[in-house]
Design a protein around this ligand. Sequence first.
Ligand SMILES: Cc1ncc(C[n+]2csc(CCOP(=O)(O)OP(=O)(O)O)c2C)c(N)n1
Ligand SMILES: [Mg+2]
Length: 565
Amino acid sequence: MTLRSPTSVATAVGSALQALGVRHVFGLVGSGNFDLAAASHEAGVEFIAARHEGAVVAMADGYARATGEVGVATVHQGPGFTNTLTSLVEATKSRTPLVLLAADTPHGDDLSNFAVDQEAMAVATGSPTMVLASAESALHDLARAFARARCDRRAVTVLLPLDVQAGHPGSELPSWSSMTPSTTGKPGHPASAAVSRAADLIVESGRPVIVAGKGAFLADARTDLERLAEGIGGLVGTTALAKGLFRGDPFDLGVIGGFATPATVELVKEADLVLAFGASLNSWTTRHGDLMPPGAPVIQVDDDVASIGVHHPIDMAIVGDARLTAGALLEELEARGHSSPGFRSREVERKIARRWRDEPYEDGSTPDHIDPRTFTIRLDELLPAERTVATDSGHFVAWPGWYLDVPDPHGFIFAQAFQSIGLGLGTAIGALVGRPDRLTVAAVGDGGLLMACGELETIGRLGRPMLVVVYNDAAYGAEVHHFRPSGSTAALVTFPDTDIAAVARAFGCEAATVRSLDDLGIVTEWLTRRDGPLVLDVKVEPSVVVPILEEAFWSEPEPEQAEPE
Ligand SMILES: Cc1ncc(C[n+]2csc(CCOP(=O)(O)OP(=O)(O)O)c2C)c(N)n1
Ligand SMILES: [Mg+2]
């Protein structure tokens, strides 16, 4: 069979990507997706080659999070596809708008080495899955996949069997395929009775707190939520996924949840009403419920009824878009003549102004290791405000979560719905490609870095300005700290130190080892030229442990994902 026909489905799909508005495709090419990738490249779509398919999908995921556009990935059939599974689950759980174009063995061919039931696997990840059934309908199905990804915010898998790819496409890309969704893809007007009941609770409250999640960010609700908060005297805060949403607001509590400052914890506990907008109130946001003010009613606003009351008990639900509901509530309260200073006082404003960097700590640095807090506080001062911070998973994540500010939620790529390590480097590369106007900072542990180490070659090859910060404790630190209290040996989760700077240099990156603040001169100097990637192998003092992890690990977390909608 040949796939080289200029009029094959493979080439038609590749060229159609340009017409669908795709600017970048992340991929790893084998014979099964070569023609598709080459055709898209020839059509003017930039192809970013990765070194592992797990990173291919992570890159498309990070790209979508950083830009708001659909991330597009392509892989070879069989092992090329199975290598994507972990990052595909992450994207699926996170409702990332993404299209994965995976080659597949021809219909009915079970004898190929590459044969495996890809459709069953894709379905098992939760990804809406389409198998291109015929050459006639191929472009129509492709358009449907993109519409679903874009408007419904889903990570869609499109399987392209080789026999269909070799056929002649029977139709053009349909004209509706360039449709753009309304802000959230849903009408989302709240019921007026619900708005009225919520207003009753708000009028009675003296210390309301608004928790905005990813749903509020996607609904573009910042201004309306701030106006509502001002009208009712409320404080505002976000989930981790909406970090940065209220940046600059004097009554912004910052992240409510695992990354919350002591002042935020104290103030949230004093609230007498919690209004959650597009936030599912999962166990990370509520710290297993500990953060929620006892006895205070909780109103949850979400345009997806399936998210209501899933993680935390609530007193009232409003099914509606976060922005429209905030506007409707404000209108109702204004009609009632309600306006209150509520929780807003000079004293509260002063308390809120206290960030993590203002909390005292005893510097644990030694001659060979730097205290990760000391390092990250200085890094935050050095970096430009226009930045994207993409993190991996692990014990270290608190340091960037606490100390690194971001300009808005597009600038914080926190792909933790599946809580996998090893995806952070890929999501950071996606953000780098999608938002070259911001400085991309990948914050990863040594364990996560080594899992995705081949992508250092991608970073070196791309040669674009990007900072990779490796919090290197020569251990799976999260596991060391997890099992320490039970007296278990750390031998299984500690390793000899790896010279990550040397590894990075071998892959074509500029790199430096950091053991003290004196070693950060290179960052200042590099920032003035930003002529390629810089990898920092930061030898962090392993005895500095995040207190919140102790709560997270030793208070039996619920078995659920870290996806605050
Ligand atoms: C794919 C995967 N494998 C294993 C784990 C379990 N795990 C969670 S954190 C962690 C250690 C991460 O080590 P590192 O990246 O060095 O960060 P650190 O915890 O040391 O700061 C491990 C193994 C996981 N979450 N995902
Ligand atoms: Mg580590």
